[in-house]
Ligand binder design. Structure first.
Ligand SMILES: Cc1cc2nc3c(=O)[nH]c(=O)nc-3n(C[C@H](O)[C@H](O)[C@H](O)COP(=O)(O)OP(=O)(O)OC[C@H]3O[C@@H](n4cnc5c(N)ncnc54)[C@H](O)[C@@H]3O)c2cc1C
Length: 382
């Protein structure tokens, strides 16, 4: 009797959940997802879900290919989930990025032309056009901080925003309906190696056999790549360095206004100087996020002044935010690869049946669909 291959996915943030969902459609396999917590409790639980694909300045190479593949997949994925009974909040009104610096306009103009050549829409609006479409944005800053004015706005209708936790939970439910098993509150403590072959994983609840292991454990992935004994010796080669991931902290807040800002029928995400204003409906918004690197010494902790600066950054282009009530604040750690570009999607050195799908840094929600596609190819079962 032919038995199904066993795939163990370690980590159920957005990356692991999307991998489980896509693999459950593409392959006959026994798939188990293991997480030491519940789903979406790591970086994914802190993310704003802004999908900066077409509006990013990446125009070629791997980084653009991943962004483009994800952007293409997202709308169909969300529609597919809704059809299966798992609706996910998904903002398709696009992203508006504010340009305060005239000298940056030629670069945006060049990006617009490049995107058109690549078949993607991208618009550059004058301040007057911005005011007509987004009347809640102050083209001359009302903020006491400085007298800044918007020189132009870049509008990307093909980009958007998704609720990262709702998406992950929908993917878990849809994958479970297709037979994927989930084990919660189960920490994976190490890979079980036989030379260059991984035989399974050791967990706090016992061992689990595997033909393939996917490491999508975010910051927790690095510890699992540290091999010992013979496996370590045999895995020596150019790619044998253990994976190193740096935590980069992000803080954000949810705010409540007494009314919906701008036009009710056009609610894009707005980005000014890297501060996103993400509409959630009924006058609620997410505002974020900080980018805080670990200190050379000591512990990486959220700094209150940095979060205050995010709010000031929002007020700089949208004075109405000054009247907002803060409903909650939070922070999370982004997994940033050290010594290699984000994300890391490849076999673990010479161990061909362990695939790393991690280190997505600031764009894990955006890049999860493209990561899942690459995983399917690497598992040679697409
Ligand atoms: C404030 C903030 C804002 C962000 N905004 C955006 C955004 O707008 N757009 C965007 O695309 N990205 C954004 N990001 C980045 C994004 O959140 C991450 O890139 C993404 O969530 C990474 O997903 P992941 O599934 O790889 O990791 P995680 O979400 O961290 O999931 C890893 C999972 O693995 C589990 N795990 C770890 N170790 C083990 C182990 N040994 N055994 C079992 N389980 C284990 C953890 O419990 C966790 O559930 C933001 C991040 C932050 C912090």
């Amino acid at each position: 009797m032919v038995t199904n291959p066993k795939i163990v996915i370690v980590g159920c943030g957005v990356v692991g959940a999307l991998a489980a969902y896509e693999l459950s459609h593409k392959v006959s396999a026994d798939i188990v997802v293991i997480d030491r917590q519940l789903s979406a409790q790591g970086s994914t639980g802190a993310a704003l879900g802004v999908l900066m694909g077409v509006i990013s300045h990446k125009t070629k190479g791997r980084t653009w290919r991943l962004r483009e593949a994800s952007t293409r997949r997202y709308r169909a994925l969300i529609a597919e989930l809704a059809l299966q009974g798992y609706p996910v909040p998904f903002n398709t009104d696009g992203i508006v990025s504010l340009c305060f610096d005239q000298s940056k306009l030629p670069r945006w103009q060049a990006l617009k032309e490049q995107r058109h050549a690549q078949g993607w829409p991208l618009e550059i609006w004058s301040p007057e056009m911005l005011q007509a479409r987004c009347p809640h944005i102050d083209i001359v800053s009302q903020s006491a901080l400085e007298l800044a004015s918007v020189k132009a706005a870049i509008y990307s209708p093909a980009d958007g925003q998704v609720h990262p936790v709702a998406l992950t939970q929908a993917l878990v439910a849809a994958a479970a309906a297709r037979g994927v098993a989930f084990r919660w509150n189960t920490e994976v403590t190490r890979l079980q190696m036989a030379g260059l072959q991984c035989r399974g994983v050791q967990t706090v609840q016992g061992d689990l056999e595997a033909d393939w292991v996917v490491l999508s454990a975010g910051l927790g992935s690095a510890a699992l790549t540290k091999l010992t004994g013979d496996s370590r010796k045999e895995n020596s080669g150019k790619d044998d360095e253990p994976l190193e991931l740096m935590p980069v902290l992000g803080q954000a807040m949810e705010i409540q206004l007494s009314r919906v800002l701008g036009k009710a029928d056009f609610q894009p995400v707005v980005n000014g100087d890297d501060v996103h204003l993400v509409p959630l409906g009924e006058g609620r918004y997410w505002l974020g996020a900080t980018v805080e690197f670990p200190p050379e010494q000591g512990v990486l902790l959220p700094e209150a002044e940095r979060l205050a600066a995010v709010r000031q950054g929002g007020e700089r282009y949208c004075g109405a935010i000054a009247q907002a009530e803060i409903l909650r604040t939070w922070s999370g750690l982004r997994p940033r690869p050290v010594g290699q570009p984000a994300p890391v999607i490849k076999p673990l050195g010479n161990i061909s049946n362990v695939i790393l799908a991690t280190g997505h840094y600031r764009n894990g929600v955006l890049l999860a669909p493209a990561t899942a596609q690459q995983l399917c190819e690497l598992l040679a079962i697409a």
